[in-house]
Design a protein around this ligand. Sequence first.
Ligand SMILES: *Cc1c(COP(=O)(O)O)cnc(C)c1O
Length: 345
Amino acid sequence: MSAAAGAIRAALATQPRVDLATLPTPLEEGPRLPGGARLLVKRDDLSGLGMGGNKARKLEFLCGAAAARGVDTVVTVGAAQSNHARMTAAACARLGWEAHLVLGRSPSLESPAGNQLLSRLFGARLHVVDTEDWGELQHAAEDLSAKLTNAGRRVELIPMGGSTPVGALGFLGAWVELLDQCERRGELPSVVITASSTAGTHGGLLAGRSFCRAAGVPVPDLVAIGVAKGSPELAERARRLAEGCLCAAGLAPDAVADEPVEVDERAVGPGYAVPTEEADASIVWAARRAGWVLDRVYTGKAFAGMLMLDREGRFPSDRPVVFWHTGGQPALFAPGGAPDSGGWE
Ligand SMILES: *Cc1c(COP(=O)(O)O)cnc(C)c1O
């Protein structure tokens, strides 16, 4: 392990944290990409907490900070099929806290499916708001937090996606975890690809990359595939979260300023959670070639974005590409969550 990676590990060890995720997640070899590069998949879908996904890493630090403040109730917020909300519900179940989930416009909760079914199973209270506007959802969550606080609860409000500097600490650690696994394999990937929607995953990885790069450690490129249209500031948000996350860890954030921040938004299609043909084709590709399950909202689009870069010749064939599997499988079991079988049977 490099000195820079050691410094990150040591800094993270001083942060309040609760043990929620099964780490390290596997780095699994897959089929070659059509362009010839080998594909490694970072299986954060196997992070364990409440059926897994990337939010487990953020929640370890977010809930650690909340526990240090003596919280007994968590309010969080997300889209109708929020993976983040589902995993927050699971974290609260484990910590003995009350969970309130403010969710965007959804079909009736009388027969909840996918993430909502699991969230209910984990004991969370679901508050559906008839909007898809992320700002309005955040306001509704703030109102609910104020109400619960007035009623005597000790409330932590975790914003959309858990994407705060503290949440991003989880992915600062994940960057080091990945470099460590690559070192053991004796190979350095050319590029790391991840889906990005609230930029916390990207921001944390970016923090790790810039800190290591500034210390002279060879690092792969990092490309975020945007999956939420209407976030033109996604790159700027990732940069701010990277800086905030290094500061929160007590590390110098200087290197982030001249770090290249790459967000590719071509795979998002018409909008967040709107299916695309390319994402559906990616879901089938990954399922049939490797038995991996991607979803229509995040990982299918990220994979489609990666295949697009592959077609453009971005990946040298003598070095592997890492695809960060951020999870999202429960959404497949909600209405409209899986590609229409007519397309592939
Ligand atoms: C939340 C989520 C993402 C995006 O992570 P951000 O940190 O919000 O950018 C990607 N994939 C899945 C499955 C998610 O649930």
